[in-house]
Design a protein around this ligand. Structure first.
Ligand SMILES: NC(=O)c1ccc[n+]([C@@H]2O[C@H](COP(=O)([O-])OP(=O)(O)OC[C@H]3O[C@@H](n4cnc5c(N)ncnc54)[C@H](O)[C@@H]3O)[C@@H](O)[C@H]2O)c1
Ligand SMILES: O=P(O)(O)OC[C@H](O)CO
Length: 319
């Protein structure tokens, strides 16, 4: 079989390269013909994943219908802002595996958006998976979540290789939102790094951040234990502590007073922080770290003021 991957940024390229390393064929769709041509020719995605070779088993195209030819399902690896438009252009009978770690424009889950748009088979793929490492074939684990267990098992079998261990889960909400929220907490961890506040502060922000993730996941109907799995705690650890993470690096850059460019490599946590903060305020929930990050990235307070606000919250039980 040929795995269909829609989106030729770092993540789509890494998945194609990893499958190719193990002799599994894939077709990688890039929206821009010039990027597709460059990838086909150079066998490397120098803009989004430099240093990772595209094995011969990877075919690149900018023709969406050609990429979808004879495909029962596809991995959607474009950033969350591009998902609505991409879904619009896909046949509703296609099984869609959402790989973006962000939210729909109205703050809802992308998997719910796909269902509302009429897709019958919807899954999410999420876990501690830096493209830079997956693309080189370094060992990693991830989770495919869908309410359709039989189909999830098919996708699991298609993606499982000696370098990627794929688990299934029925908890779409929990797996999807773990990957979404960890980006905001990783941004907070980057702010701590950039301010030079030390390991204790970073441990505090990650641990209290995990609690916020759990609070939000439960409010959205996720299973309680999912936040402690690969897509929650696992991805938080991988992202908040990584040299590869764009979210952590963005926090560090903001704390140093640098401008974070939007439009290059995607930093999902920036947009997510605002959407989650709006939700928390309108629904009367406390997500203090999310709120602090949202305020900092919106320019409503400085990183130092954000930390002071968190430290000055009322005394309470850990819970
Ligand atoms: N990079 C990683 O390590 C990684 C791992 C797991 C999940 N993710 C998630 O995957 C998603 C994509 O991340 P990435 O790292 O591949 O991004 P990236 O910044 O490397 O590349 C984004 C790519 O998407 C393209 N694009 C942008 N808008 C588009 C649209 N409307 N339609 C089609 N293509 C569009 C861009 O041209 C570019 O090729 C994000 O939600 C990210 O959180 C990334
Ligand atoms: O580079 P980031 O911060 O978008 O993180 C990439 C992946 O989500 C890590 O699992």
């Amino acid at each position: 079989m040929t795995v269909c991957i829609l989106g030729a940024g770092g993540w789509g390229t890494a998945l194609a390269a990893m499958l190719g390393l193990h002799g599994i064929e894939s077709v990688l769709w890039a929206r821009r013909p010039e990027l597709a041509a460059e990838l086909e020719q150079m066998r490397e995605n120098r803009s989004y994943l430099p240093g990772v070779r595209l094995p011969p088993a990877v075919t690149v195209t900018s023709d969406l219908s050609a990429a979808l030819s004879d495909q029962a399902w596809a991995l959607l690896t474009v950033p969350s802002v591009g998902i609505p438009e991409l879904l619009e252009n896909l046949p509703r009978e296609l099984g869609v595996v959402l790989c973006a770690k962000g939210l729909a424009p109205d703050g809802d889950r992308l998997s719910r958006l796909a269902q509302q748009m009429g897709f019958g088979r919807v899954a999410v793929l999420s876990g501690p998976n830096h493209a830079e490492e997956i693309g080189l074939g370094l060992p990693a684990a991830t989770v495919i979540a869908s309410s359709d267990a039989e189909w999830a098992a098919q996708v699991q079998a298609a993606l499982m290789t000696p370098s990627l261990r794929v688990y299934t889960s029925p908890d779409v909400v929990g797996v999807e939102l773990g990957g979404v929220l960890k980006n905001v907490i990783a941004l907070a961890a980057g702010l701590i790094d950039g301010l030079g506040l030390g390991d204790n502060a970073k441990a505090a922000v990650m641990t209290r951040g995990l609690r916020e993730m759990g609070h939000y996941l439960e409010a959205q109907g996720a299973q309680a234990q999912t936040v402690y799995g690969l897509s929650g705690l696992g991805d938080l650890v991988a992202t908040a502590g990584s040299v590869h993470s764009r979210n952590r690096a963005a926090g560090e850059a903001i704390a140093r007073g640098e401008h974070v460019q939007q439009g290059g490599k995607v930093v999902e946590g920036i947009r997510t922080a605002g959407l989650l903060n709006t939700w928390a305020q309108s629904h009367g929930h406390e997500l203090p770290i999310v709120r602090a990050v949202a305020r900092v990235v919106a320019g409503d307070c400085t990183p130092t003021q954000g930390v002071a606000e968190l430290m000055g919250r009322r005394a309470k039980e850990e819970g």
